[in-house]
Design a protein around this ligand. Structure first.
Ligand code: ZN
Length: 64
């Protein structure tokens, strides 16, 4: 389903969220990557096989 060059990472690849966004619905808070992964605006993900990945945020290390 991916026609990009280079080909986007597959849904089960570790870097699956690097795939191109093919649909985005900011008013609903989600987008679809071309590998079939649905991404939510809280960084949660729904994989094509039905697994969900909880929201993960970039860790901010505070020295304070
Ligand atoms: Zn692609």
């Amino acid at each position: 389903m991916c026609n990009h060059k280079p080909v986007c990472p597959s849904a089960d690849a570790l870097d699956h969220d690097a795939a191109r966004l093919v649909a985005f619905h900011p008013e609903q808070g989600w987008g679809l990557l071309c590998n079939g992964v649905v991404v939510f605006d809280d960084n949660g993900e729904l994989l094509p096989d039905g697994r969900s990945v909880p929201a993960h945020r970039i860790a901010v290390i505070s020295a304070a």
